[in-house]
Design a protein around this ligand. Structure first.
Ligand SMILES: NC(=O)c1ccc[n+]([C@@H]2O[C@H](COP(=O)([O-])OP(=O)(O)OC[C@H]3O[C@@H](n4cnc5c(N)ncnc54)[C@H](OP(=O)(O)O)[C@@H]3O)[C@@H](O)[C@H]2O)c1
Length: 293
């Protein structure tokens, strides 16, 4: 599918971390993105969604909207399920009605994290948190609906410009402290939102459907990611590793959730750059970090 001139409705495209990167990428590719926030259109309201799609008449529907507060989801189960499990199949029904591609995002948190090798697209979800279970339910709902122009992209550990994220949080903490502790026994694949957006377009250009895994290449721990970011910013703050047990959170997170990218690489012929390379772009170019003293 060629993207030039296509109208693309992007839920989450105005205010979401990934959505904003998608809006940029579609615009750069010559498409006409229509970025939306929850104020513009509430995906929990099927009538509002239908009216919007009738009016905008898109060639492509992208859902980058979700309930993404992993710990808060443990207390707001109903809202997490409404947004992550109930809404996606309803959006796909609207795409099916118009026979346009439907692109949806999921997460490495659909996995429990008890493997020691990267999770393949053929591994069965077995989430442990409300967030992960709700996202897995959303995937299942889409697969059950069986609309053949559905693309589900699982991503992980997202960072990038446009919305507060782990890397930005760490760097601002580094500015006010000389010591930090960060969890060092959870391993995953950091993903730079603009790279995920570009590679989403690569998949669409290849008419990909079904489930894909997408992240930057390589793996690290939260402590590894924090240390690399602080090093790039030339921060004097020391970052010490701690086990998950030292940092209690409401949601249980996977100890290991590296995504196997081989299906993406086979389909597109593209190997995503390393997370270290992408982090350099984010810290030095997007955040324009000067050495911190
Ligand atoms: N962040 C990560 O580390 C990560 C990791 C793996 C997978 N993912 C997945 O990647 C996707 C994008 O995540 P993200 O971090 O970019 O999300 P995000 O920054 O938290 O943005 C969520 C977006 O959803 C919109 N939204 C929320 N409720 C809505 C509603 N009722 N109707 C319409 N829009 C609504 C928000 O709009 P408002 O601003 O108006 O509320 C916002 O634009 C999600 O599917 C997420 O599960 C994220």
């Amino acid at each position: 599918m060629h993207l030039k001139g296509l109208t693309v409705v992007i839920f989450g495209g105005k205010t979401g971390l990934l959505g904003q990167a998608l809006t940029d990428a579609f615009r750069k590719a010559g498409a006409k993105p229509i970025p939306l926030s929850s104020v513009d259109c509430d995906i929990l309201n099927p009538l509002e969604v239908e009216r919007l799609l009738d009016k905008k008449d898109p060639d492509l529907l992208v859902n980058a909207a979700a309930y993404t507060q992993v710990d808060q989801a443990e207390d707001e189960e109903e809202m997490a399920f409404a947004l992550n499990a109930t809404a996606p199949p309803l959006l796909a029904v609207q795409a099916a009605k118009r026979y346009i591609p439907f692109i949806h995002y999921s997460t490495d948190f659909v996995f429990k994290g008890d493997k020691q090798t990267p999770y393949s697209v053929y591994d069965e979800p077995n989430a442990t948190s409300v967030y992960g279970i709700s996202k897995a339910d959303g995937e299942r709902g889409l697969l059950k609906l069986g609309y053949d122009r559905t693309l589900i992209i699982r991503i992980s550990w997202l960072f990038g410009p446009g919305r507060i994220n782990f890397v930005e949080k760490i760097l601002s903490l580094c500015e006010g402290r000389d010591k930090l502790t960060v969890v060092d026994d959870q391993t995953g694949s950091p993903s730079y939102a603009p790279d995920i957006a570009t590679h989403t377009l690569n998949l669409i250009e290849h008419d990909a459907t079904g489930i894909y895994h997408l992240a930057n290449s390589g793996e690290t721990t939260w402590c590894g990611l924090a240390t690399a970011a602080a090093d790039l910013a030339k921060s004097a703050c020391t970052i010490d590793p701690v086990p998950t047990s030292a940092y209690t959170t409401k949601a249980i997170r996977p100890a290991y959730s590296v995504l196997d990218l081989s299906k993406f690489i086979e389909t597109t012929g593209i190997t995503p750059r390393t997370w270290e390379d992408a982090l350099k772009t984010y810290v030095l170019k997007d955040l324009k970090k000067q050495p911190i003293h």
